[in-house]
Ligand binder design. Sequence first.
Ligand SMILES: Cc1cc2nc3c(=O)[nH]c(=O)nc-3n(C[C@H](O)[C@H](O)[C@H](O)COP(=O)(O)OP(=O)(O)OC[C@H]3O[C@@H](n4cnc5c(N)ncnc54)[C@H](O)[C@@H]3O)c2cc1C
Length: 380
Amino acid sequence: MPIRGSSLYTAEHEGFRDTVRRFLEREVLPDHAQWEQQGLVPREIWRRAGQAGLLLPMAPVAYGGSGGDFLFTAIVVEEIARVMATGVAGFTTHSDIVAPYLVEFGTEAQKQRWLPDMASGDIVASIAMTEPSAGSDLKAIRTTATRASGGYRLKGQKTFITNGWHADWVLVVAKTDPAAGAKGMSLLWVDTRSPGFSRGKLLDKIGQRAQDTAELFFDDVIVPDDCLIGEENKAFVYLMHGLVQERLMIALRCATSLEASLDWTIAYTKERQAFGRPLIQNQQTRFRLAEIKTLAFATRALVDRCVADHLDGQLGPDGAAMAKLWASDATRAIDDLLQMFGGYGYMREYPIARMLTDIRGNRIYGGSSEVMKEIIGRTL
Ligand SMILES: Cc1cc2nc3c(=O)[nH]c(=O)nc-3n(C[C@H](O)[C@H](O)[C@H](O)COP(=O)(O)OP(=O)(O)OC[C@H]3O[C@@H](n4cnc5c(N)ncnc54)[C@H](O)[C@@H]3O)c2cc1C
């Protein structure tokens, strides 16, 4: 029985999947190992992705997007995960995490001004919530935006920001009313050419090594009034809404990564011989693979159900949290799959070795597993 039984995807979706696959094979995979050494993908890859139609698949056509449903986004997430092209996983942060805040809460003028350039890859975008002293507890952030003539004066520091090195624009979460806690935060759209903006180091991660992750500094950056996204002091509400899709995307990535890792391992254990027979003929190996196949099957069933709910506009914060918690936890099994490769599993030229470190972050970002349990726990 195949793990993927979903009939959610139409022929049009599958055609798009082929486009994404071909783009990754042609433009990304040949150079990915070198980009991992550099810690960064070339800026030009963003424009090529824009030309190929990979950016902003869900944004309305009127603003340069492809006007597709969430399944187009799911396809980009899955295809990147399947071949571990983690250097360009930031495409989906840009397209399906940042752009939706502009699409859903931006003014007509804001959408017309920025979304077409995001769709073409002329603008690279990030979202900056996390700070050195506040990650899980978002309301404890210290970055402030105080009223200044014609806008806000932004002061603070952000860390672990995906696409931070290449970012032309950053959606910054800042306190506009520090006394009001979660009800005193706003979303500011910040031009990284502004005086007072600077980048710190490109961060050295254990996995996803070609993915640009950086520190950002805002030293009295003046942000004009027309760069407030949505209403002042409503950021927390907007983020709780946006994080549903972000967490579902992480769950999709984890489900796909587990399936890919299982496929590689089944093939390897059929071929590799020890004590005169293929590894898979050992009952211990076969039983563990059977357990992991069942885990992957259950994970896909859960994620598919949440994708279907999301397409119907019915996926809530607790559903997305359960999908992320379960699917990211399921990837712990990749450690056991790596074991079946013996010493080769420890060599980075084998995909399973990179997968182990590339996948680890999924239990941390987008809200950690512990935070997911808090969200689910509140609904009990
Ligand atoms: C590769 C990568 C990319 C990222 N990209 C972005 C990005 O683009 N934008 C962005 O804003 N952020 C980004 N992040 C940051 C990420 O969202 C945070 O790291 C995450 O939310 C956890 O915050 P923290 O690191 O401050 O950990 P902390 O909040 O300090 O937590 C430390 C540990 O304590 C646990 N913990 C916290 N509170 C509780 C509690 N009440 N009960 C039990 N356990 C608890 C946490 O779960 C965690 O295990 C990224 C992180 C990584 C690693």
